[in-house]
Design a protein around this ligand. Structure first.
Ligand code: KG4
Ligand code: ZN
Length: 338
């Protein structure tokens, strides 16, 4: 049976719903929360309140766009984790309420696995096995993907996520949250060789980004002592130089992972996969190294329910449902859902 599933995503600051029918994503409705911009980061309490306000409207819109009523649904899927507890609770509770009232089975989805499975929404799709560099505001991982529901983390950050490094740098430069896309934008007009920030890599396939954040902090502090308008005068070059170093560190580990595993099929996923520097560098390296590369559409890089729907589709086919007493898991790891 090829199911029709409604999927809900609410792990961080995006409320999203999507309907998937026979493995085809029909829509991807997203309500973003601008309320966090002035705080320099997501405020958990405000995020859960905004989810609570948006969720009914977003789900309703997805159902209307799909042109179906709840009678056509075979299951309700939701993000169980990882994410902010208050945000997750809104999606989980809404999904449970729908499943209970409609008498439908529930499917729990791991948000990070869903980022990887976003590659199966459109053609060309990867074949197994492949490596996926999953880079977001909360995670930086190299995932070995052996099948739709069989994946493991072979390298990850020991401290900050790379998205956090982008966002914290942006905050130090006086840019609003989330700063990653703005750094990307300014970097396009800048010279990446203007300033150099040290490589803070650790041995093996793990990452470390907290050092570069401190490096930027001290660099700006020292430069501002000489010229208080340093940031304004050099914004493009600072952004280009920081982005260059972050992308370089990501690419070095990805290359190491391909050598270690012998796998030359490489994908990127997560919000930072929208970064043009990373996308361009990956395409260049892929040509040199003869990798087959998969880069998702922008709308499937940042948080969205289409990827939750795609993961739910494979879980439905594998008969993986969960009970109504399911609760969110804020720090859910890949491979945690069976
Ligand atoms: O996957 P995502 O939407 O949410 C999490 O699960 O964290 O990723 C959000 C992260 C933020 O840190 C944001 O600044 C970053 O992705 N991001 C970018 C770009 N677009 C989004 N970072 C750098 N360049 C971009 N173009
Ligand atoms: Zn995400």
């Amino acid at each position: 049976m090829f199911p029709t599933i409604l999927a809900i995503e609410s792990s961080c600051d995006e409320t999203s719903a999507s309907v998937i029918q026979q493995g085809k994503v029909l829509n991807n409705v997203i309500a973003s929360q601008n309320v966090h911009q002035k705080y320099g980061g997501v405020v958990p309490e405000l995020a859960s309140r905004a989810h609570q306000q948006n969720i009914y409207l977003v789900v309703n819109e997805a159902m209307q766009q799909a042109g179906i009523t709840s009678a056509a649904l075979n299951a309700i899927a939701f993000t169980r984790g990882p994410g902010l507890m208050g945000s997750l609770l809104v999606g989980v509770s809404f999904a449970k309420g729908m499943a209970l009232s409609l008498g439908l089975p529930l499917i729990e989805v791991n948000h990070m696995e869903a980022h990887v499975l976003a590659h199966f929404i459109d053609d060309p799709k990867p074949t197994f096995p492949f490596l996926c560099l999953t880079v977001s505001g909360g995670h930086t991982q190299i995932v070995l993907v052996e099948d739709f529901l069989k994946m493991s983390v072979i390298g990850e950050t020991r401290d900050d996520a790379v998205g956090e490094a982008f966002d914290k740098t942006a905050k130090m430069l006086g840019l609003p949250y989330p700063g990653g896309p703005l750094i990307d934008q300014y970097a396009k007009q800048g010279n990446y060789k203007a300033f150099s920030f040290g490589d803070t890599s650790v041995p093996g396939l793990d990452f470390s980004f907290s050092g570069i954040k401190t490096g930027v902090l001290y660099f700006l502090r020292d430069q501002k002592k000489i010229d208080e308008n340093f940031v304004e005068k050099n914004l493009n070059d600072i952004c280009a130089s920081v982005q260059y170093q972050l992308v370089k560190m990501l690419m070095a580990k990805l290359k190491q992972a391909t050598l270690q595993t012998g796998i030359k099929q490489v994908a990127i996923a997560g919000g930072v996969a929208a970064n043009s520097g990373l996308r361009n560098t990956l395409s260049d390296v892929a040509q040199k190294e003869k990798w087959v590369v998969h880069i998702p559409k922008f709308e499937y890089c940042t948080d969205n329910a289409a990827m939750i729907a795609m993961a739910a589709h494979y879980k439905f086919l594998a008969n993986q449902f969960c009970a109504l007493d399911v609760a969110p898991i804020a720090n859910m790891a890949i491979g945690n859902i069976k």
